[in-house]
Design a protein around this ligand. Structure first.
Ligand SMILES: NC(=O)c1ccc[n+]([C@@H]2O[C@H](COP(=O)([O-])OP(=O)(O)OC[C@H]3O[C@@H](n4cnc5c(N)ncnc54)[C@H](OP(=O)(O)O)[C@@H]3O)[C@@H](O)[C@H]2O)c1
Length: 349
C-alpha cells in the first residue's frame, strides 16, 4: 500500500529500543528517513542505527516538518510537548502519531482533541495496548459468560530501583498529571475500556509511596462503567516492596468468569469457567495467547499506515478522543482522592 517515510521527533529510549525495530520489521510499509532531537548527538547516534542520511538529522521541529521527503511524524516526547507538536504538524500538513499519555494536563488534552478534530489529517496517540492480541482474545470469550456483571483490574508490582525509565529527568519531576499513574496507567486503562467500554465515574484513593516517583504512584479505586451498569475495581502501582508482578483482568458474568493474566507479558493466559452457579461444577479452561513480541506496536503502526495511505483519519484506532478518556480517568482518580474518595464523573473533551 506504499511506504511512508517517517521522521522521528525525540530519539530517546523508546524510539531506539521499540519504535525503530518495529518500523524496521515492516519494510513494505515504513522507512525511517529523518530525525530531530533536542540533544543533537543522540539524534546522530540514532541516525546511524537507523541508516538515516546525515543531512536528514535536523536542528528543529520546524526543519524536519519542512522536509518534503518526510511523509509522517512519530513524536516520542514528554507529554507536555504533544499539543504544540500537533499544532505544528497540522500547519505543515504532516500526519502524526504521538506517544502516550495524550498530554500533561486535561486542559492540554482537550486542546489536542479539538486540534485533531479540526483537520482531515490522521493524528493518533500511540496507545499500543489498544492493539494487543490479548484484548481481542479476551473479548471473544465474553459472550459465553454473560450477561456481564463486574470486573477486577489489577496491575501491581514491586518498585524497581534501577528502572531505566525512572532515570529520565522528565519522569522524576513529572509535569504530566499523576506521573507514573498516567505514564503506565493509561496502558491498563486502554485495555480495560477497549474490552468493556468507557468509565462513567469512580471513587479512589491515590498515594505517593516512593519519593523517586515525584508524585502519587499507587491508586485503588471502585469504578462504574457507562454500559450495562458494570461495576468493578481498578488497582494500579509498581511502587511496593518486594512482591510478585501481578497483572490480571477478571470479568464476572451471570454465567461464569474469564480472566486475562498478563503478569508475564510474553505469556498471557486466559482462563474461563462457564456455569451459572457453584452447582454447575464447571471446569476451568485455559487458553494461551500468542501475543506479538512488539506488544501491539507493529499493529498500531500498520493501523496508522492504513489511515494515512487511505487519507481516512477515522481508521486510526488510537484517536485523541479515545486517548483523552484514559487520561481523564487518571485525572478522576487524583481528584477523587483529593476529595477523600468522593465519586467523580469522568470529564469529556
Ligand atoms: N508505549 C510505551 O510502552 C512507552 C514506553 C516508554 C516510553 N513511552 C513514551 O515515549 C516517549 C519517550 O519516552 P522515553 O522513555 O524514550 O524517554 P527519554 O529517553 O527520556 O526520551 C524523551 C525524549 O524527549 C526529549 N525531551 C525531553 N525533554 C525535552 C524538552 N524539554 N524539550 C525537548 N525535548 C525533550 C528527549 O531529548 P534529550 O535527548 O535532549 O533529553 C528525548 O529525546 C514518552 O512520551 C513516553 O511516554 C511509551
Amino acid at each position: 500500500m506504499g511506504v511512508l517515510n517517517v521522521g522521528i521527533v525525540g530519539t530517546g529510549i523508546f524510539a531506539k529500543e521499540s519504535h525503530l525495530p518495529a518500523y524496521q520489521a515492516l519494510p513494505g510499509s515504513f522507512e525511517v528517513v529523518a530525525a530531530f532531537n533536542r540533544t543533537k548527538s543522540k539524534a546522530e547516534a540514532f541516525a546511524e542505527d537507523a541508516g538515516i542520511a546525515k543531512d536528514k538529522v535536523f536542528d528543529s521541529l520546524d526543519e524536519i516538518l519542512a522536509d518534503d521527503s518526510v511523509s509522517m511524524i512519530d513524536a516520542l516526547l514528554p507529554a507536555q510537548f504533544n499539543a504544540q507538536t500537533v499544532e505544528k504538524c497540522i500547519a505543515a500538513r504532516k500526519p502524526v502519531i504521538l506517544e502516550k499519555p495524550i498530554a500533561a494536563t486535561i486542559a492540554e488534552a482537550k486542546k489536542l482533541v479539538h486540534l485533531a478534530e479540526s483537520t482531515s489529517l490522521p493524528i493518533a496517540i500511540a496507545e499500543n495496548w489498544l492493539f494487543l492480541k490479548s484484548g481481542e482474545a479476551l473479548k471473544e470469550h465474553l459472550a459465553d459468560i454473560g450477561p456481564l456483571v463486574a470486573f477486577t483490574y489489577n496491575s501491581t508490582g514491586p518498585f524497581i530501583k534501577n528502572n531505566k525509565y525512572l532515570a529520565t529527568t522528565w519522569r522524576q519531576k513529572p509535569e504530566h498529571i499523576g506521573g507514573f499513574l498516567s505514564d503506565g496507567g493509561v496502558h491498563q486503562l486502554a485495555l480495560l475500556t477497549d474490552v468493556l467500554g468507557e468509565v462513567e465515574s469512580l471513587s479512589a484513593f491515590t498515594k505517593q509511596v516512593r519519593k523517586e516517583s515525584g508524585t502519587d504512584d499507587v491508586a485503588f479505586s471502585t469504578v462504574k462503567l457507562k454500559e450495562q451498569g458494570l461495576i468493578g475495581t481498578f488497582t494500579y502501582g509498581s511502587a511496593f516492596g518486594s512482591c510478585e508482578k501481578s497483572v490480571y483482568f477478571k470479568i464476572y458474568g451471570l454465567n461464569g468468569a474469564v480472566t486475562l493474566d498478563l503478569s508475564e507479558k510474553k505469556k498471557p493466559i486466559i482462563t474461563k469457567t462457564v456455569g451459572d452457579s457453584a452447582e454447575a461444577n464447571a471446569e476451568t479452561q485455559t487458553f494461551l495467547v500468542d501475543e506479538h513480541p512488539s506488544f501491539g506496536i507493529q499493529e498500531e503502526f500498520l493501523n496508522f499506515h492504513e489511515a494515512v495511505v487511505k487519507k481516512e483519519k477515522r481508521i486510526a484506532k488510537g484517536s485523541p478522543r479515545v486517548a483523552f478518556h484514559h487520561l481523564a480517568i487518571v485525572a478522576a482518580l487524583l481528584e477523587s482522592s483529593a476529595k477523600n474518595g468522593a465519586n467523580v464523573t469522568i470529564e469529556q473533551p
